[in-house]
Design a protein around this ligand. Structure first.
Ligand code: PRP
Length: 208
């Protein structure tokens, strides 16, 4: 039995459809219910729907053998897991952005609003730039618009949120896509099952 943590939401549903085609179908997984665990004995798979930012926790602790998480979530969590496959979906970018016309004051720490404190700290530390992180949980773009921060570190997908708030990208930090991750110990104990899953999933990946 392969235990799989899927992120609740559109990305998780898309990846489930790839898994279904790869031979890991499980009845009712996509049904609109409050149920969280779904098992298919015949296909040897069990799915859990978890909050996207919690997938790495379930996988790192081995409750799930494998899981699906964005590169942003994996890096921010610092989880000690294997990254097995780029699923080539859920593509976006981690960026530094601010209001149009922003001029940086180098004489003081840069105020950075973000959900991704670790990623922001690592990025600016590498550039020897002192920052003050202002941790937020959503609508990050509001921060520089209202003067709470100088810049943001956040995900840009279509760029619409930035555009509609008179903002723009200053720097791209890294590209993001969904990844198949695995628990390190389970990769030994369930080596054959996990390798088979990766091989079957590879055939279902979208084109670049
Ligand atoms: C994300 C992200 C940006 C937006 C980017 O927010 O934090 O705000 O999407 O997408 P775009 O470039 O296509 O406009 P999300 O919708 O997850 O909500 P949040 O504000 O609660 O973080």
């Amino acid at each position: 039995m392969l235990n799989v943590a899927l992120p609740k939401g559109r990305l998780g549903e898309k990846v489930y459809k790839m898994l279904e085609k790869a031979g890991y179908a499980c009845e009712d997984v996509l049904k609109d219910t409050r149920k969280l665990v779904f098992t298919d004995e015949k296909n040897g798979v069990s799915y859990f729907w978890v909050k996207p930012s919690d997938v790495t926790v379930y996988v790192e602790h081995g409750v799930a053998d494998i899981g699906v998480a964005g590169r942003d979530t994996i890096l921010e969590s610092g989880a000690d897991v294997y990254e097995l496959l780029d699923l080539k979906t859920g593509k976006c970018r981690m960026c530094v952005a601010s209001v149009n016309g922003f001029r940086e004051d180098h004489s003081r720490p840069l105020r950075v609003a973000t959900k991704f404190a670790r990623i922001a700290e690592d990025y600016f530390a590498r550039r020897n730039r002192d920052i003050e992180v202002i941790k937020l949980y959503g609508s990050i773009e509001l921060a520089p618009v209202l003067g709470l921060s100088d810049v943001i570190v956040d995900i840009v997908e279509t760029g619409t949120t930035l555009r509609e708030n008179n903002m723009g990208v200053l720097e791209e930090i890294f590209p993001i896509s969904a990844r198949l991750i695995a628990n390190k110990a389970r990769c030994k104990f369930k080596k054959d099952e996990i390798e088979a899953c990766v091989a079957r999933l590879k055939k279902e990946l979208p084109d670049d």
